[in-house]
Design a protein around this ligand. Sequence first.
Ligand SMILES: Nc1nc2c(c(=O)[nH]1)N[C@H]1C(S)=C(S)[C@@H](COP(=O)(O)OP(=O)(O)OC[C@H]3O[C@@H](n4cnc5c(=O)[nH]c(N)nc54)[C@H](O)[C@@H]3O)O[C@H]1N2
Ligand SMILES: Nc1nc2c(c(=O)[nH]1)N[C@H]1C(S)=C(S)[C@@H](COP(=O)(O)OP(=O)(O)OC[C@H]3O[C@@H](n4cnc5c(=O)[nH]c(N)nc54)[C@H](O)[C@@H]3O)O[C@H]1N2
Ligand SMILES: [Mo]
Length: 709
Amino acid sequence: MPEALEQRELEFEPLTRLEGAGDTVRAVCPHDCWDTCSLVVHRRGGRVHKVTGDPQHPVTGGFVCVKVNHYPERIYSPDRVLYPQLRVGPKGSGSFREASWEEALATIATRWREIIARHGPEAILPYSYAGTMGLLNGGSLDRRFFNYLGASRLRRTICSSAGGEALRLTLGARLGADPEGMRASRLIIAWGINILTTNVHQWPIILEARKRGATLVVIDPYRHQTARRADWHLSPRPGTDAALALGLMHVLIDEDLYDKAYVERFTLGFDALAGRVAQYPPRRVQEITGVSEGEIRRLARLYAAARPSVIRLGYGIQRHTNGGQTVRTIAALPALVGSWGEAGGGLLLSNSDAFPLDRAALERPDLTRGNPREVNMIQLGRALLEADPPVRSLYVYNSNPAAVAPEQGLVLRGLAREDLFTVVHEQLMTDTAAYADVVLPATTQFEHLDLHASYWHLYLQLNRPAIAPLGEAKPNTEVFRLLARAMGFDEPALQDSDEELIRQALSVDHPHLAGITLERLRREHSIRLNLERPFVPFRQGFPTPSGKVELYSPRLAERGLDPLPGYQPPAESREADPGLFGRYPLHFLTPSAHHFLNSSFANLPALLLKEGQPTLFINPLDAAERGIASGDRVRVYNDRGECLLMARIGDQVQPGVVLSPSLWWRRSSPGERNVNATTSAREADYGGGAVFHTNLVEVEPASPGRGVN
Ligand SMILES: Nc1nc2c(c(=O)[nH]1)N[C@H]1C(S)=C(S)[C@@H](COP(=O)(O)OP(=O)(O)OC[C@H]3O[C@@H](n4cnc5c(=O)[nH]c(N)nc54)[C@H](O)[C@@H]3O)O[C@H]1N2
Ligand SMILES: Nc1nc2c(c(=O)[nH]1)N[C@H]1C(S)=C(S)[C@@H](COP(=O)(O)OP(=O)(O)OC[C@H]3O[C@@H](n4cnc5c(=O)[nH]c(N)nc54)[C@H](O)[C@@H]3O)O[C@H]1N2
Ligand SMILES: [Mo]
């Protein structure tokens, strides 16, 4: 990048107007988390010494989570990669020598040119997810570069694609209740989400609602800290929530508690839905879910009576083979009680589509050469070992697949291929970086510029660099400019500056973005989309083809899929596969750990200390049957693999369910495998989504000193 530009991008205006601020800059938390916090970065002598929550921000409200509280430890971690590294030892050994950027880029360009000449550009596979949610460093020049190269395309499914598609099919968009509007809710159902761990800024809003008399119900097989603080906790068997929702609808219809006027005006296919729902009387739903008939009736009556009521849906629920249908079925509930259209009503899984940013302008799909194959990112292991024609080079950024992807055994075998040329652009020497041929140093959020939307709140925010890059670290955008030059690509779109990229993302003629410019963002840092407050989506109707909530989905019918909300048992369950269940009778859930964010932060000593060690929650009955005591090391296994965890007996899970807060790095995991050694790379029913929680295992005491294969 020209030097003048680099200078300009590093300029920032110290926000001395902030109360008590000396040398502070406002920034945005880049992590893949609902809250997308507005941060105040405190500097001293050119270093970040503290990161706090922006007290002026309506949802950040002056505090950050336990993880971001420790951010300086992450920026200055001994695990930081500060200079390019070239592999010197065997694959995966983590032995590297330092190199210059020139040498590293030349090495990559030479290898890629050879691969392209012999095998074509599809032999190169990019791999990234949301290590940063920044629009620039998350999906702009990287996409342009790989499109232009003609590399294999990555389907980014590891987190939310099943639920996202369910929302689009049912409501027409990934849009939902304004989290700030939930102050007015009378009933809040936190369904498959551990709010105090994954969405802590929703909590003060819930507390305000409760002060005004709201009831908080948690539906989750995990009795987590949010469940413990709820008015009522229901614990269904994993993967059975669609049946529970059908049971609630059964009561609503049977007892005439639904909103007929709303249903008449705003839904498509109610009669067909009623036919389906008739097959789910509470007695049958009790058998499927383990939630009692009485509880089902009580919740349905409460849901009909409390107005407004909101369902705060999490992503855990859609990480099952039936995850899309589950979200679709739950998403039908608000229409039955007519709670869309009320502030504090409706449902919230995602607000991503509230931000009409020009992603096509950022990613430029029009630059794509040829029609390259697609690889589903959750099947990375299979892609590296079995793809035909083979993947010869992998370029990883914004992700740590060696720790986060399912079928870990296959992923690690794939990464260990001596003939695979792997480049990892990383802030830290992660489990994945250890397998690289070339490691490139990446800047952290406090060292680069970026623009941030949110999938939860409704503010667009600008992140400005607070400090100069550490060592020779470079942002993703800059590395793709350099790679484009090293490859001799003369396409001008591959050299756009960060500022130009922001302007391109914003140049959309849409009322939500009217008047929002880079200049305004520079001045104001965080700008609410042009929406009423609180925003009540779907007041006038739904952005589906019919303009209504599609209880019956003609689009699903066309695809030959079940057009109605419905329940299919998860593929690994007693109902769907009794043989497998006979061998592996425990549902293994691996949701977010409180002190980590996926595998991020799991290298920091202070947070490792707080999290403890890789743990398995097990019910007293299941533990007794297996001769397991609290504190024992246990082996958790199935046909895919195994991991070693420390058992903790308690009421966190019911019999038949075991759970491990995730994700740990290899070096903290006994046997160097984490829970993803057991998880499945099967695709969910919609969107090719990940199914981490559809995972049957058996547990046994581990013999001391036993390794993991
Ligand atoms: N501290 C922390 N915060 C995070 C993350 C983290 O790792 N740590 N990860 C971030 C990311 S990437 C995301 S996508 C979000 C995810 O945040 P959430 O949406 O909260 O998702 P998870 O933590 O995966 O799972 C949430 C809950 O779903 C439950 N669950 C699993 N299966 C079922 C089921 O069949 N039925 C029901 N009712 N519940 C079920 C789990 O027990 C868990 O309590 O959080 C983000 N925030
Ligand atoms: N068993 C199980 N597995 C899961 C889940 C689960 O619930 N259970 N959750 C899944 C979910 S929801 C998700 S979203 C995925 C997430 O999986 P990943 O997207 O891999 O998330 P992280 O583990 O946070 O790793 C992100 C990496 O990106 C790097 N990074 C951050 N910013 C930048 C940058 O600007 N440039 C570059 N080059 N690198 C950067 C970080 O240092 C970090 O190592 O994991 C999934 N895996
Ligand atoms: Mo995620």
